[in-house]
Design a protein around this ligand. Structure first.
Ligand SMILES: [Zn+2]
Length: 177
């Protein structure tokens, strides 16, 4: 058996003619949204341009910058900023989900630009940047675990049912006249 060797990262080539490409930074304007909510957004992005046929293509970095332009339009944190808030506290996604109550999968989507958080969650994330707020949540989580370790809601018995039985026995429905 041949030993496995790691393949070297091949330099990017044109998907149309396989020739070499060079990176050109361009101001890219695009339409975001539809109908009345459609807006023109602009971002400066790197375009891989083929030196032979001139075909241009967008790489990961360009996708990230376009997504950031959309986040700026909505006035919300970018995926990198969402991730930075979690990493600021040195927390894994699972640990951050545990203390914040946000879903681990949801955090993954926000941090990778697969989904944009709504305004309320965006503001909640901004509060979570504060170590003091995170500490408060940790205390609340700890208290709730002590109070209800299995997360089963418990209800107080407000009325002693057996005391009502004689009363019920003496009660008769009267036929309507
Ligand atoms: Zn080409």
């Amino acid at each position: 058996m041949k030993p496995r060797t790691d393949r070297e990262q091949a330099p990017p080539t044109c998907f149309a003619c396989d020739a070499a490409v060079r990176t050109e930074w361009r101001d890219h304007t695009f339409t975001y949204g539809s109908n009345e909510s459609a807006v023109e957004l602009c971002a400066r992005i790197p375009v891989e341009v083929c030196i032979e046929c001139g075909t241009g293509s967008l790489g990961h970095e360009a996708e990230v910058l376009l997504h950031e332009a959309v986040c700026a339009h909505h006035g919300v944190l970018t995926p990198a900023e969402v991730r930075a808030i979690r990493e600021r506290h040195s927390l894994s996604r699972a640990a951050f989900a545990e203390v914040s109550g946000l879903g681990e999968a949801t955090l993954h989507r926000w941090e990778n630009g697969l989904l944009i958080q709504n305004r309320a969650n965006d503001r909640y994330l901004r509060l979570l940047e504060s170590g003091e707020n995170l500490c408060r949540l940790r205390q609340a989580v700890a208290r709730s675990e002590v109070a209800a370790p299995s997360w089963r809601p418990s209800f107080r018995v407000l009325v002693d049912v057996t005391a009502l039985q004689p009363e019920q026995a003496g009660y008769r429905l009267r036929p309507a006249a």
